[in-house]
Design a protein around this ligand. Sequence first.
Ligand code: NAP
Length: 292
Amino acid sequence: MNLINGNELAQQVRTEITDTINKMVAEGKQRPGLALLLVGENPASQVYVNSKDKDCKEVGMYSEIRRMPAESTQDEIIAVIKEWNADEKIHGMIVQLPLPKHVNEFEVISTIHPEKDVDGFHPINAGRLLIGMPCFVSCTPAGVVEMIKRYKIETKGKHVVVVGRSNIVGKPMANLMYQKNEYANAVVTICHTGAKDITQYTRQADILIVAVGVPLLIKKEDVKPGAVVIDVGMNRIIDETKKSGYRLVGDVDFDDVKDVCSFITPVPGGVGPMTRAMLLHNTLLSATKGIY
Ligand code: NAP
């Protein structure tokens, strides 16, 4: 078994981005800028937004966080997005999800200018991905492709099975893998809760990508010997031996599966850090050559 080290790869990506930004600034160009919108006080969202802000500052990007109360109206939220759409120092923006229940996420995300939609959630970017046009790709699937690329994992003609069909992970992941491109061109199967028995599909995977949010769902019986296993899941489970009282695990039972597969991503230290690195990558892309 070979470990796919997401921390190490993410550090490589961040170093490349830092070098590019230093060069841009030395040439008198504007720093890439990312704006982060946090509505309400969800503790996990606060942690995510603060770490994205910190990541930006570490690579020399401009970043700002706008914190709005949970009772903000949809119009007030949309007004902030419109302000950033028109702001030249902001090259990308993210709206931290979930939004409070009274706000329509789709309406809010659709207000982001597609050229500043560095999360790749805008329907225009999602649609362009589907038809193989240049677009911002959602950071988690983009990070998985970057792992596949940097570990030189062959994808052409391979059977990729994606478990999970969310709009931010499963669907874009599957859409990326069957495109007629390098680091793709695979045959793709998507599993979800409608499947009666996912094992019959996962066992056929040369590359198994799991994004379901069910701790330790995938066991060795679910994996074809020699498969590449990418675990997107990030789940907290109770662990009284830890000071925090919990530990993070993936959707794959790493200890059970590790001796069956050829490559595997750990949790933590796998897809998570790559997701964060790809947000920086997308923001830099927006500030330099852009997408369209
Ligand atoms: P989500 O929106 O809840 O979607 C989960 C998907 O998995 C759904 O399509 C669901 O099917 C499917 N599913 C759930 N249980 C299943 C089962 N037993 N068998 C087959 N399919 C099943 O979740 P998500 O946002 O995609 O996130 C998935 C996981 O990835 C979570 O643990 C999340 O924390 C993690 N995540 C990690 C990162 C990262 O950076 N590492 C980024 C994003 C998400 P239905 O459609 O039929 O309901």
